[in-house]
Design a protein around this ligand. Structure first.
Ligand code: AMP
Ligand code: MG
Length: 419
């Protein structure tokens, strides 16, 4: 799978690699990390489940009332319109009524309380007239099972509650708690090391010299990598010096499952990153049919997967979301998911030259007629990081497209798809 920088330089402009094909190749080349950890539920939030989770109990564990009212026998609620019953006790949530409901009897019942023996329906208290220990109500609306939540309606004993490969969110850890599970087996955290390269980069906290810029990529990368399933290591800014670059890669290779760098992978660039990479690993230097993010390096360095992201700040974010994030999901054992794509009407003209797929930064909005519209954030340069902050979606314009007219439908990917 290796091509050298020299091969790439020989490529003609027509041999740009399409985004989908690159993603396919990348996902084919990476494996799921197999190590497992057993964690308490709260610590498992955001982690990927590695085995099916079977319920050991029914949830709810018993038939209970969905309403505050009276537990009745449906067979008493026939005949003339009005039914009158005797109240023989109360069933509270957590404090069941222990007797049995017989002919023309009922039990006062609260939401979540056990349906007493003999009863099979609940009449809402709002529909009942109470007079001492007697209630009466119009029986035409009563049906068997009315307002009863049966045992196992949510999770049934012996059934699979969660499939392996699911990332545990708030609903999932709550669901696990509901079946009484306190610990789960999840894949271990993925170790991701990253650093920036470039002699022009200054770490924040130091005044800028002429020709210098602040290193922002390590901060966007830190932000995008800060997830419960990731242990990330920031190896700092590495100057464009042969030994420093080599040492940084070696250090990263020893600690990480995944190594990310930004900068220094432009095709034909005479720097030490490409040179060192070719020596240390099996790396492809791709020219992607995408904008932003044309240069991209991908491969393996020892056991670690490597991405050399472009240097431009927007390119870093876009290539991270399009290639690195699906890789992280696969390496973490998360089952593949389809991208969340929405059709929205362009509220302005979008300019584009055919050839490369574009990921323009957009603002997705719901219109008063409930349709979606999208507009551009303005200047689309790959150095304009504020465009990422001002947007809430990427507008995906296919390679062959020559832009979009005002009113035309375009595909957008909301940022929530990158959670
Ligand atoms: P390169 O890919 O190294 O040629 O970098 C492309 C552009 O991205 C140049 O303008 C770099 O100055 C800029 N750049 C590279 N790395 C960073 C970084 N860590 N933070 C901000 N800008 C960067
Ligand atoms: Mg550079």
């Amino acid at each position: 799978m290796t091509t050298t920088p020299a091969d790439c330089c020989a490529d003609s402009e027509q041999k740009l690699l399409p985004v989908e094909l690159a993603r396919e190749r990348i996902l084919q080349a990476v494996q799921t990390v197999t190590a497992i950890e057993q964690l308490h539920l709260r610590s498992a939030l955001g982690r990927v489940l590695v085995e099916p989770l079977i319920a050991n109990i029914d949830v709810p564990p018993f038939a209970n009332s969905a309403m505050d009212g009276y537990a009745v026998r449906n067979q008493d609620c026939t005949g003339s319109r009005e039914t009158t019953l005797e109240v023989i006790g109360t069933s509270f949530a957590g404090r069941p009524f222990n007797g049995e409901v017989s002919d023309h009897q009922c039990v006062r019942i609260m939401t979540g309380a056990v349906i007493p023996e003999g009863a099979d329906a609940v009449v809402m208290q709002e529909q009942v007239k109470r007079d001492g220990e007697q209630i009466s109500f119009d029986n035409r609306s009563v049906k068997p099972g009315q307002h009863v939540r049966y045992a196992g309606e949510d999770s049934r004993q012996g059934n699979t509650v969660l499939q392996p490969g699911i990332k545990l969110g708030a609903a999932e850890i709550g669901l696990l708690a509901s079946v009484g599970v306190s610990e789960v087996r999840v894949s271990r955290r993925l170790r991701v090391a990253f650093f920036s390269t470039g002699d022009e980069l200054t770490a924040i906290g130091t005044p800028l010299d002429k020709g210098q810029i602040y290193d922002s990529n390590r901060y966007t990368l830190f932000g995008m990598l800060s997830r419960p399933g990731i242990e990330c290591y920031d190896l700092g800014v590495i100057p464009d010096q042969r030994e420093a670059v080599r040492a940084a890669f070696q250090q990263a290779g020893e600690m990480a499952d995944l190594i990310l760098t930004s900068g220094g992978v432009s095709v034909g660039e005479a720097d030490y990153v490409t040179e060192t990479l070719s020596e240390l690993g099996k790396i492809n230097f791709w020219r992607m049919a995408m904008k932003p993010g044309k240069p991209l390096a991908f491969g393996k360095m020892g056991r670690a997967v490597f991405f050399g992201l472009p240097g431009n700040p927007v390119s870093v974010m876009v290539t991270f979301y399009q290639f690195v994030l699906p890789t992280i999901r696969k390496m973490s054992g998360e089952k593949e998911r389809e991208a969340l794509l929405i059709q929205a009407r362009c509220s302005q003209e979008l300019k584009k030259t055919p050839g490369r797929m574009e990921f323009q930064r957009g603002i997705l909005k719901r219109e008063s007629d409930a349709s979606w519209s999208v507009c551009s954030t303005g200047t689309q340069g790959s150095h304009v990081l504020s465009s990422m902050s001002n947007s809430n979606c990427l507008i995906l314009l296919p390679a062959e497209s020559d832009g979009a007219k005002n009113g035309e439908l375009v595909t957008v990917q909301p940022f929530m798809d990158f959670d």
